[in-house]
Design a protein around this ligand. Sequence first.
Ligand code: EPU
Length: 337
Amino acid sequence: MKISKNYNLTRLNTFGITVHAKFFVEINKETDLKELLTSVEFKNNQKLFFGGGSNVLFTKDFDGIVIFNKLKGIEIIENNSDFVLVRSMGGEKWHDLVLFSVNQGFWGLENLSFIPGTVGASPMQNIGAYGAELKDTLENVEAYNIETGEKKVFSNKECEFGYRESIFKNKLKGKYFISAITVKLSRKEKKNINYKVLQEYLTENKIEIKSSRDISDAIVFIRQSKLPNPKVLGNTGSFFKNIFITEEKLEDLQKRYPDIPYFKEDDLIKIPAGWLIEQCGWKGKRVGNVGMHEKQALILVNYGGATGKEIENFSLQVINSVEDKFGLKLEREVNLI
Ligand code: EPU
């Protein structure tokens, strides 16, 4: 285990912002973590656990230690005629776990194809897309308490998942290092193709779903056509969360905006933040080095050379204009550091 000083994080955050961390360390095996926990650099500094850097906005240098999870390995730990349990270490790329699963015909992760980031980061915000969330398949999360060094296995329920939320982002923020997750996948067909955008794409292209791999391929195609590639244009996927409102609020909004799109999810009503932002004229708009993507108004992009502060300021303007027009407060999905 090697602790580096004044480490450049440009290539490690998908916004491509140039900032430095006072200390930086890679965790390649679980014993590295044990060693790290006793080090002075770890004990005396604020900590930031890092996966793919695809959900973080640095507004300044990080005056602490960045811990980069590089634990590797994906294995089937239980296998029967109905389901399989697949365990993946936290440093694996999320999409590699999806591919591992769909290539063997397992059902459950296909709707979450091509989400950037790592497996270890996935429970933090209960990643979700195309009508599925991690919580639908997650069996447990293995994580180390960074004060005691003890490992705890969190059941799905103990993770307190919500829309882009978990206990690791709230009550236990910064207290655990996620080393591995286990997902429970179905061996029997379990199609989930009700999400509007997905359904439209399958119908338009006359695609018949025969395997989880077919769904995965469709989603990779949709995402590639709509979401900018962070290697070309710095971004973190959705910068904001969608908004959930009550029936009364919807009725009120419909009086002024009869065309407002909405989706019923459980007992709440989801208003796509992308629509609200688009209505305020931000879609495709650029200010200096920062802009709102032309194909998806939820995605803030760095056209090159933007600072974290510039991106933050741009996002504040968007939040204010949506609040002025609709009386709805956008929340960031991205973590500001
Ligand atoms: N819409 C617009 N204008 C836009 C974008 C969206 O009007 O520019 C409206 C349309 O009504 C559209 C609806 O929003 O029908 C839904 O759009 P889309 O399917 O693109 O999804 P989203 O709600 O904007 C969410 C997730 C994405 C995920 C997609 C697909 C959040 C914050 N975002 O976006 O997640 O990929 O659904 O399921 O929940 C991410 O979190 O980084 C991310 C990309």
